[in-house]
Design a protein around this ligand. Structure first.
Ligand code: FE2
Length: 346
């Protein structure tokens, strides 16, 4: 081999560097393709059942341990698979809910047939043993082109859901064995009446409010409300890259993206990540069914003031419950997040 030929031949080190670079590029592309496939094909249907303990003041003994199962944002329409939603509803039924709570966005509205489709889908759900209640979301007031302001769509949905036993709470409350369930129309819609809703029923009763858009909790009017607020609307952002917040969120206060949030005034917000979607993509944000187990908020006394002040702020609930022996067993049975999935979509 001549000296010139030897110079043209890449050294062993250069060759191995090229191989490494090629391997890295192919590996990176393969990882991107796998992640993309999962985000578009698998993750949108990878449902998580999240279990949450729900301590409530003055909860009647008969309701301790009862379950509220929350689903949200079904978005029956041209994008979300009907089989997938049917499986989700089967899973809800298998959880044997005492109360089913549906927090809006039944449809992605593109015509009256969508309302009928959503109603026929929900007609097969096993109703809550005590009640099945629901509220409107922004998409239940027509399409975005119409500014989510079509009352006729919401009224038609209300009438048809009521006919199949799903009680629509439209700026009103119902009492179920001593539990007050309230529901307000969507924040972006034209018919919400927050003050009227919050003054419905007996405020001393343990209370759970259904409120589609979590931004509503920052509006005035909540001063005398104590209890839980169940929301949806955000879909958890649908896509979340590691260490980043979701890039698209339809809310002003990004603290309300998903999960449990302690609010001022003895209120606890829970934002469900929804089952459906507007675009079929999810990443690191699983669709969710939430199972709340009702418990009595424990009372302990502030011995320094001898006023018997109850330490019931939701932020203190955990410590309080640890000290209350009659709640210990219940807590042991409930992790804040345990998981199971519908058969077909794991
Ligand atoms: Fe939605």
């Amino acid at each position: 081999m001549t000296e010139v030929e030897d110079l043209r031949e890449p050294s062993r080190r250069t060759r191995s560097r090229r191989h490494f670079l090629k391997g890295s590029i192919f590996g990176g592309l393969a990882a991107c393709a796998a992640t993309g496939s999962w985000a578009f094909l698998g993750a949108p249907h990878n449902v998580e059942v999240v279990r949450v303990l729900m301590p409530l003041r003055n909860l009647p003994e008969s309701l301790v341990g009862k379950r509220i199962v929350q689903i949200s944002d079904l978005h029956v329409g041209p994008i979300v698979s009907r089989d997938y939603l049917r499986d989700c509803l089967e899973l809800v039924s298998s959880l044997e809910p005492d109360v089913v709570a549906i927090t809006g966005d039944f449809v992605t509205y593109d015509g009256p047939a969508r309302v009928d489709e959503a109603v026929s889908l929900l007609a097969d759900i096993q109703p809550g043993k005590l009640a099945t209640v629901a509220i409107t979301g922004n998409h239940d007031f027509g399409s975005s082109r119409g500014g989510f302001a079509n009352r006729k769509v919401a009224d038609s949905l209300t009438e048809k859901l009521d006919e199949i036993g799903i009680r629509m709470l439209r700026n009103t409350a119902v009492e179920i064995e001593g539990l007050r369930l309230l529901g307000v129309d969507d924040f972006w819609g034209p018919t919400h009446e927050l003050s009227e809703t919050l003054s419905s029923g007996n405020a001393d009763q343990p209370s759970v409010m259904l409120c589609h858009n979590p931004d509503f909790v920052d509006q005035p009017g909540w001063e005398n409300y104590r209890g839980w607020i169940l929301s949806g609307h955000t879909h958890g952002g649908q896509v979340r890259l590691p260490f980043c917040k979701p890039p698209i969120l339809p809310i002003r206060n990004h603290d309300y993206t998903a999960g449990k949030v302690k609010l001022p005034g003895d209120r606890t917000l829970y934002v469900n990540r929804g089952l459906g979607y507007l675009r079929k993509v999810r990443l690191n944000v699983r669709p969710e069914i939430t199972v709340f187990s009702l418990s009595r908020a424990a009372w302990i006394f502030d011995l320094r003031t001898l006023k018997g002040r109850a330490l019931l702020q939701a932020g203190q609930t955990e410590a309080v419950e640890k000290s209350a022996s009659n709640h210990t067993a219940e807590l042991r049975n409930f992790s804040s997040s345990s998981v199971s999935s519908p058969r077909r979509f794991c």
